[in-house]
Design a protein around this ligand. Structure first.
Ligand code: SF4
Length: 306
């Protein structure tokens, strides 16, 4: 297999584009797709603060590296990386080490916030307390809430997430399967400011997961390969498999799902007037306690022993 842009051996095939790319052209292509998406989602951003969610895995590490490349040289722009430690033994400490290595290499300010300090428990403690509840359901809620609250406290004008094309296509399909069009409309990248929310952008939205991985390997971005011990229980796994099968038989399915999401968001619109506030922690909520506080209450007896 030869590169479609030169005669070198290809390292990746792109059936959705009908092309193959060598390492050099893949690197350039990933950077170009990231740069265009970043400027589309954050137009004319020349002054302000951008937070980057950094887990230490490949996607967020590439997102930070490229956000730094395209924004850090602007004199009025400040970058802050935010990592959330959910309290998962043997897993998060490894990825946080990689995250720290990258932020030090780039000279980027790095804030680490802990679920234990915010909610008085950890994902490990909650998993022991709620054995039949998939841990991702509360862990993901806590992480998103802490990322938003920390980005607000920076204060940041935007929050960069490392979601790649596969992640986003899976999320669209999951929300379709749940019949939750409102959540499809609210997905990152945000098209409108929502009260209480730092606008989330996803500049890797046009890059498949495999290409993000190859980019990180080809360019030496430090990241950790560790897999969360609870990942096998995530509902997302079924959708990952379905999206992968659809993409295999119908290349371009992932992009089509994202186009559908964009059209739905444009049709529905996103309410920009303030959502209700959680009476417990003050975070945005659909009414009553937010999901983070609801899960916290479910594991309350574990609080203090976490
Ligand atoms: Fe949390 Fe699930 Fe991610 Fe593990 S896979 S860190 S439990 S959201």
């Amino acid at each position: 297999m030869r590169c479609s842009a030169c005669s070198r051996l290809a390292v990746v095939d792109q059936p959705y584009r009908g092309s193959h790319l060598c390492g050099e052209h893949l690197t350039r292509s990933v950077e170009e797709r990231f740069r265009r998406a970043l400027h589309r989602q954050l137009p004319r951003f020349s002054r302000g603060t951008v937070a980057v969610a950094l887990s230490g895995g490949k996607d967020s590490a590439v997102a930070l590296r490229l956000t730094h490349r395209y924004l850090a040289s602007r004199p009025g722009v400040r970058l802050v990386a935010i990592s959330v430690d959910e309290g998962i033994e043997g897993y998060r400490s490894r990825t946080l080490t990689a995250a720290t290595q990258l932020t030090r290499a780039l000279g980027v300010e790095h804030r680490v916030v802990r679920v234990r300090e915010a909610y008085g428990t950890t994902t490990d403690a909650a998993a022991a307390r709620l054995p039949t509840t998939p841990p991702c359901s509360y862990c993901g809620v806590w992480r998103r809430s802490l990322l938003n609250e920390t980005a607000r406290s920076v204060p940041a004008d935007a929050l960069v997430l490392g979601f790649n094309l596969d992640d986003l296509a899976q999320t669209v399909l999951m929300n379709f399967a749940r019949g939750d069009l409102g959540r499809i409309a609210r997905m990152a990248p945000h098209r409108a400011q929502q009260e209480g929310m730092v606008p989330r952008v996803a500049p890797l939205a046009d890059v498949p997961e495999r290409e993000v991985y190859l980019y990180a390997r080809l360019t030496g971005v430090p990241f950790d390969h560790a897999e969360c011990p609870y990942a096998g229980r995530a509902a997302r796994n079924r959708f990952r498999e379905v999206v992968w099968q659809l993409e295999e038989s119908m290349p371009g399915t992932r992009q089509a799902l994202l186009r559908a999401q964009g059209e739905i968001a444009a049709l529905i619109g996103v309410p920009t007037d303030g959502p209700a506030r959680c009476p417990v922690c003050g975070a945005p909520s659909a009414g009553g306690p937010c999901r983070g506080c609801t899960f916290r209450r479910m594991v309350e007896p574990a609080v203090g022993t976490a």
